[in-house]
Design a protein around this ligand. Structure first.
Ligand code: FMN
Ligand code: SF4
Ligand code: SF4
Length: 454
C-alpha cells in the first residue's frame, strides 16, 4: 500500500486531496464531515470582512445528457462573522490535529492583512492561502483577481503577509491573465511558500432567450461570474504545466480545476501538483467521492510502483515539449477494426467534411456501407478515432520507418530546410491527395470498393 501522505510546502496532510475554498468549506460542520469521510485537508471559505450575497448565484452548463460539466458562480467570500469562522477552525483542528486546515484570506489594507493572518494562526490554521483569484464582485472592490492581474501589487501584498506569517503561505492565482507564470513569479518574489491554481474563469454561461438575460438571474438582471468544473480542467492543466516547467517558479503547486476522480488527480500530480483541491465535484456529488479517489490513487500508485506522492510529482513534465521539438518523421494512420464497427458512419462524415477525405464508404455485397481507410490520404490527425463511439474500434498505427533519425522543426530550421516562400515545395501538404473542387458536386464513384465475396 502506497504512502499517500504529503508535506506540501511545510503543510502536512494524510493525503493530497483537499477541499478548495468554496461553499463545501463554509463551516466547521462541513469540514469535519469531510475529514471524517477521508479528505486530507480543507481550504476554508475565504475569510475577510463579511459580504452580502445575491440570489440566485449559480449558472450551469449541461452538455446533452451530462449535467453541470461547467459551473458558474457570482458568489463572494464568506458572509459569516470572522469570529464564528475562527472558533470553528479551532474546533476542527482540535478534533483533527493531523489534517490540513488552511485559512483562505482576502482583505484590503496592510493592517487588515496582518491582523487576519495573526487571527488565523491563533485559531490553529496550518497555512494561509491568499485569494487573488475571485473574478467577480471582489475585483470591482480592488481585491481578488484585481490583485492577481497586477504582479507588482500581488508581490507587495504577498510580502506584507510573508513578513508576518509563521505558517506557510500559498498564493492562489487567477487564470484570467494571458501568462500565468508572471503572477506565479511575483508570488515567488514575495516569498510565498507555494502557489495554487486555478481560481475561476470569468464567464457568462448562457442567456435566457425568452427574457433576454444571462444566467444566473438576479431580479431580471445578471453579471459575469467565475467558471469551474470538469470543463475547465484542460485550461488548469496547461497553466499548471506552464508554472511547473518555469525555472523561476520553484515552489510547490496545489492543482485546482475540474478535478472529479482519482484519475484527474493523478494527471495534475504528474504535471507538477503536490496536492489537489476540489470544489465543483463535491458541490455536485458530495464528500463521499473521496472514497473512490483514495482507493483509485492507491491502486494506481501500487500498479506503477510509486511508494510516495513525491515520487510521482511532475513525472509527465519531461514529455511536454515545445511544438518545434516534436519529431516530424513520426507518422501514424487510422485503422478500423471491422468486427467492432457498428456502421454509424460518423468517422466517414468527420474525415470527409472536417479532415482529409481519407475514408471511403464502399458498399458491401450485403448492401451495408463499411468505412475503409485510404492510407495514402490519411494524415494521422486522430479525428475519426475521437468521434468513433466504439472504444478501440479505430486505432492509430505507426507507419514511419522507426530506424530513421527523428527530425524536428528546430533542426530543420537550423539546416535551412523549412518552407519559407508561399509556394515552397517543402510544405507539408505537397503531395497530399486533395479531390478536385468539382468532385464535391458529383457523386464520387472513385472509392466504391466492392467488399465481401469476390
Ligand atoms: C460557488 C463557489 C464559490 C467559491 N468561492 C471561493 C472562495 O471564497 N475563495 C476562493 O479562493 N475560491 C472560491 N471558489 C473557487 C474554487 O475554490 C476553485 O478554485 C474553483 O471552483 C475551481 O475548482 P473546481 O473546478 O474543482 O470547482 C469558489 C467556487 C465556487 C463554485
Ligand atoms: S486520422 Fe484523420 S485523416 Fe486519417 S482517416 Fe482519420 S480523420 Fe481522416
Ligand atoms: S465511427 Fe466507428 S463505429 Fe462508426 S462507422 Fe466509423 S469505425 Fe464504425
Amino acid at each position: 500500500m502506497a504512502d499517500l501522505s504529503v508535506n506540501f510546502g511545510g503543510i502536512k496532510a494524510p493525503n493530497p486531496f483537499w477541499l478548495a475554498s468554496a461553499p463545501p468549506t463554509n463551516s466547521g460542520y462541513q469540514v469535519m464531515k469531510a475529514f471524517d469521510a477521508g479528505w486530507g485537508g480543507a481550504v476554508w471559505k475565504t475569510l475577510g470582512v463579511p459580504v452580502v450575497n445575491v440570489s440566485s448565484r449559480y449558472g450551469g452548463v449541461n452538455y446533452k445528457d451530462k449535467r453541470l460539466i461547467g459551473l458558474n458562480n457570482i458568489e463572494l467570500i464568506t458572509d459569516r462573522p470572522l469570529k464564528d469562522n475562527l472558533r470553528e477552525i479551532e474546533e476542527v483542528k482540535k478534533r483533527f490535529p493531523n489534517h490540513a486546515v488552511i485559512a483562505s484570506l482576502m482583505v484590503e489594507t496592510k493592517e487588515q492583512w496582518e491582523q487576519i493572518v495573526r487571527d488565523s494562526e491563533n485559531a490553529g490554521a496550518d497555512g494561509i492561502e491568499l485569494n487573488f483569484g475571485c473574478p467577480h464582485g471582489m475585483c470591482e472592490r480592488g481585491m481578488g483577481s484585481a490583485v492577481g492581474q497586477e504582479p507588482k501589487v500581488l508581490e507587495t501584498i504577498t510580502r506584507w503577509v510573508t513578513d508576518v506569517a509563521k505558517v506557510p503561505v500559498i498564493v492562489k492565482l487567477t487564470p484570467n491573465i494571458s501568462d500565468i507564470t508572471v503572477p506565479a513569479q511575483a508570488a515567488v518574489s514575495g516569498n510565498a511558500d507555494a502557489i495554487s491554481l486555478i481560481n475561476t474563469i470569468q464567464s457568462i454561461v448562457g442567456v435566457d432567450i425568452d427574457n433576454f438575460v444571462p444566467y444566473p438571474i438576479v431580479d431580471g438582471k445578471s453579471t459575469n461570474g467565475g467558471y469551474c468544473g470538469p470543463a475547465v480542467k484542460p485550461i488548469a492543466l496547461n497553466m499548471l504545466k506552464n508554472c511547473a516547467q518555469h525555472a523561476n517558479v520553484n515552489i510547490p503547486i496545489s492543482g485546482i480545476g475540474g478535478i472529479e476522480t482519482w484519475r484527474d488527480a493523478v494527471e495534475f500530480i504528474l504535471l507538477g501538483a503536490g496536492s489537489v483541491q476540489v470544489c465543483t465535484a463535491v458541490m455536485h456529488y458530495g464528500f463521499g467521492i473521496i472514497r473512490e479517489m483514495l482507493y483509485g490513487l492507491d491502486e494506481y500508485m501500487d500498479s506503477k510502483g510509486f511508494e510516495t506522492i513525491d515520487s510521482m510529482i511532475g513525472k509527465a513534465l519531461p514529455n511536454v515539449l515545445n511544438w518545434e521539438e516534436l519529431n516530424l518523421n513520426y507518422k501514424v494512420v487510422a485503422s478500423i477494426e471491422d468486427e467492432k464497427c457498428i456502421g454509424c458512419q460518423l468517422c466517414y462524415t468527420a474525415c470527409e467534411d472536417g479532415a482529409h477525405q481519407a475514408i471511403a464508404l464502399p458498399i458491401a455485397e450485403n448492401g451495408e456501407r463499411v468505412p475503409t481507410i485510404i492510407e495514402e490520404n490519411c494524415v494521422g490527425c486522430n479525428l475519426c478515432s475521437l468521434v468513433c463511439p466504439v472504444e478501440e474500434c479505430i486505432t492509430m498505427e505507426r507507419r514511419d520507418d522507426e530506424s530513421k533519425k527523428q527530425i524536428t522543426w528546430q533542426e530543420r530550421t537550423k539546416k535551412g530546410t523549412i518552407p519559407n516562400t508561399f509556394n515552397d515545395q517543402r510544405g507539408g501538404g505537397v503531395g497530399h491527395y486533395i479531390p478536385s473542387p468539382a468532385d464535391a458536386l458529383k457523386k464520387n464513384e472513385k472509392y466504391k470498393i466492392k467488399r465481401g465475396k469476390n
